[in-house]
Design a protein around this ligand. Sequence first.
Ligand code: EPZ
Length: 418
Amino acid sequence: MDKLVIHGGKPLQGEVRISGAKNAALPLLAAGLLSEGEIRLENVPRLGDVRTILKLLAHLGAEARWEGTEEVSLCAKGVHCLEAPYELVKTMRASVLVLGPLLARFRQARVSLPGGCAIGPRPINLHLAGLAKLGAEISLEEGYVEAKVGRFKGARIYFDTQSVTGTENLMMAAALAQGTTFLENAACEPEVADLADLLNKMGARIEGAGTATITIEGVEALRGARHRIIPDRIEAGTFAVAAAITRGEVQIRDCLPDHMEAVILKLQEAGVEIHKEDAGVRVKGPDRAKAVDVRTQPYPGFATDMQAQMMALMTVAEGHCSITESVFENRFMHVNELLRMGADIRVAGSTAFVRGVERLSGAPVMATDLRASASLVLAALVAQGTSTVSRIYHLDRGYEALDRKLASLGAEIERVPE
Ligand code: EPZ
């Protein structure tokens, strides 16, 4: 295992390029199971979760390989196994995204239940209820979802809670159904729309993706296609906070400002200068950010995946604020570690009350989940002295070379074996 050693205090300067979106790459790769044709994905980020789903797809019998540095070709013609084993699913809950495609094309699937994770129990009841509504027979046996279906039949499905991967799973299942499916109260994240773009290039007939009502007219079969993955709005937001917290000035290239409106507005409210430019945004940190209240919401609200990063900025902001996590039950694992660095935070239920301090002090801290680790890195960049962030395999799951990119902006950050 590696850890990061970070000497705080250096303002970040320069230009950084954002990688393809992790949370688009995962459903897009799963969508490759829907067709015998080859799909080619460009702008694929080289990070842990992508490696995991490629391993899972290979386990199923699909041929997947890197073509150059950021392109993947995937052909699921030779799929011979319909089981996603616990050993793989437990490391990445998004593995559940193979369930809909396997059922749609092969009429059968056995997928391990993902189990909870650090940020909450994260059930998949909405995925299973939707698949049953489309006609699947589903049973839960020995920690696995056993499912089979003659052929999916179009249905009207209402999500009690907006679910990103739930919407994606059902959109993929419905693409090959007989008849038309309506998804109501669907997730509106850009990654859902990106998946619909690929599916339509493969011959699907999907309308309304990116809004809360998606219509999918089922077709007989899907062909191969080529698609470029959208940039990662959470990585871009993380670098915007990095520029802000270090009082630096960073050009964030190849990001889509429209996908990060809520985060941009909130950072501007906190006194961060953000200018939209043709190929991204330019971010200039103030001497000291102002404390602002934050409440996470499904897209287009303030992203839950940016909550921990925003909290890092608020720990050294002027004033005090409240940060409310309304999407997940337990997404404050970064708080205890930030306290070790001298932050002043009090958690009451789903709200953290943060009082800005003059400075944080470097300390040994431990990553617990993906975005919590990003938060600790951001705090260490501004803390006085040296911090070590351990268990950064959490970070490597969701960011491509975050430490190298930060170092290219002048951060004193080094990856060393634990
Ligand atoms: C996706 O997770 C993202 N992951 C998460 O990003 C992100 O935080 C989350 O959406 C919310 O935006 C991927 O896209 C791979 P949900 P997902 O289903 O789909 C409840 C990161 O850091 N729910 O939208 O698993 C659930 O418990 C990761 O990159 C049910 O109750 O999240 C949660 O409270 C973390 N039953 C809420 O809905 C279900 O069947 C939203 O979850 C499904 C979800």
